[in-house]
Design a protein around this ligand. Structure first.
Ligand code: NAD
Ligand code: UFG
Length: 327
């Protein structure tokens, strides 16, 4: 299939691009490199550009006769979305709507979208099923939910189909250690824990120890980035005009912040310096996926079904790339 991957030089995008190429798809990566890395994708596949320049994207859709779009490009700092919502509504919603409309106009009929468990806000019931009410609690989640709604309306009205994948916490790195997570600034727990283990940070701060969870720290469902990537590939085969799909993608098991820190110490053999701090605004106590629907309908199953296996790949990456793609 001829596929345009927006944000394909980012963390989840680059792992997906690797699998798409391995399966023989014709991939064009479109990335501004604002947060992505040139070294994360094969040079001959990369087109550097910004979604804001929609005519550039339109030209790629037409010239490369694109059949499907996988849309990763977005900003994903939840805290920043609260203080600077304009940045998020513009990039994540406005530019995404423009992309969606160009797809419609030029006849691209398949669209896979990076949604998030943040669209559920503070769920009533955990593990979370797809029919849980979507009530985001921050602008980032609002922009993702708004695009899900637009996709659904487009699929009702036009010859167009989509799959929204609601990722839980992406984690880990390629098995061979060649690519991995390198965000700047980094806010995600697992890279921060390994950076603290390697002495690249003074400590990891635990954001809240008084949550109503067994050890008082927040629980998340960490999903390996290659398992996430596979979900996109399976979704592509399922989408046809009129298809409206939404799936949770997680392992269905949650781990606390303390469990992540302990696990990182075990796989690295290093001590992780820890400081206990106050809660971070907007963090729900527990987010765990019920991923039965994607198991059932797409035959998707995570290869990395526990935290230890995920942490081992992350550690291989951080150990061999202490400065991320900078080294
Ligand atoms: P990332 O920042 O590593 O990747 C996003 C990429 O998009 C970057 O390479 C960036 O340069 C590019 N980009 C952003 N705006 C662009 C624009 N206007 N034009 C062109 N390129 C642009 O992030 P990630 O962790 O790989 O996340 C990928 C997607 O998954 C995002 O949409 C994010 O919201 C979503 N998501 C991520 C997680 C997670 O745990 N990492 C969880 C839920 C959802
Ligand atoms: N945490 C710490 N210390 C840190 C960093 C994180 O204690 O230095 C805690 C957080 O409070 C949270 C857990 O570790 O309980 C995971 O935090 P991350 O920042 O790694 O991930 P989030 O759960 O906040 O965010 C992720 C994705 C978002 C997505 C969100 C949905 O990064 O894109 O899940 O909740 F929207």
């Amino acid at each position: 299939m001829r596929i345009l991957v927006t944000g394909g030089a980012g963390y989840i995008g680059s792992h997906t691009v690797c699998q798409l190429i391995a399966r023989g798809h014709e991939v064009t990566v479109f990335d501004s490199l604002v947060y992505g890395h040139r070294q994360a994708v094969p040079a001959e596949r990369l087109v550097v550009g910004d979604l804001r320049d929609i005519d550039h994207v339109d030209n790629l859709l037409v010239v490369n006769r694109i059949e499907a779009v996988i849309h990763f490009a977005a900003f994903a700092y939840v805290g920043e979305s609260v203080t600077n919502p304009a940045k998020y509504y513009t990039n994540n919603l406005l530019y995404s709507l423009q992309l969606l409309d160009r797809c419609r106009r030029v006849g691209v009929q398949k669209f896979v979208f990076s949604s998030t468990c943040a669209t559920y806000g503070e769920p009533q019931k955990v593990p979370i099923t797809e029919d849980e009410k979507q009530l985001p609690v921050n602008p980032y989640g609002n922009t993702k939910l708004a695009l899900e709604r637009a996709l659904s309306d487009y699929a009702s009205a036009y010859p167009f189909g989509y799959c929204a994948l609601r990722y839980f916490n992406a984690a880990g790195a390629a098995e061979d250690g060649s690519i991995g997570e390198d965000h700047n600034p980094e806010t995600h727990l697992i890279p921060i824990v390994f950076q603290a283990a390697m002495g690249k940070r003074a400590h990891v701060e635990i954001f809240g120890t008084d949550y109503p969870t067994p050890d008082g720290t927040c629980i998340r469902d960490y999903i390996h980035v290659d398992d996430l990537a596979l979900a996109h590939i399976l979704a592509l085969d399922k989408i046809a005009p009129g298809t409206k799909l939404a799936y949770n993608v997680g392992i269905g098991r949650g781990y606390s912040v303390r469990e992540v820190i302990r696990g990182a110490e075990e796989v690295s053999g290093l001590k992780v310096p820890v400081k206990e701090g106050p809660r971070r605004a907007g963090d729900p106590p527990s987010l765990v996926a019920n991923a039965e629907k994607i198991h059932r309908e797409l035959g998707w199953k995570p290869k990395y079904a526990d935290l230890r296996a995920i942490l081992e790949t992350a550690w291989r990456w951080h150990k061999s790339h202490p400065n991320g793609f900078g080294e």
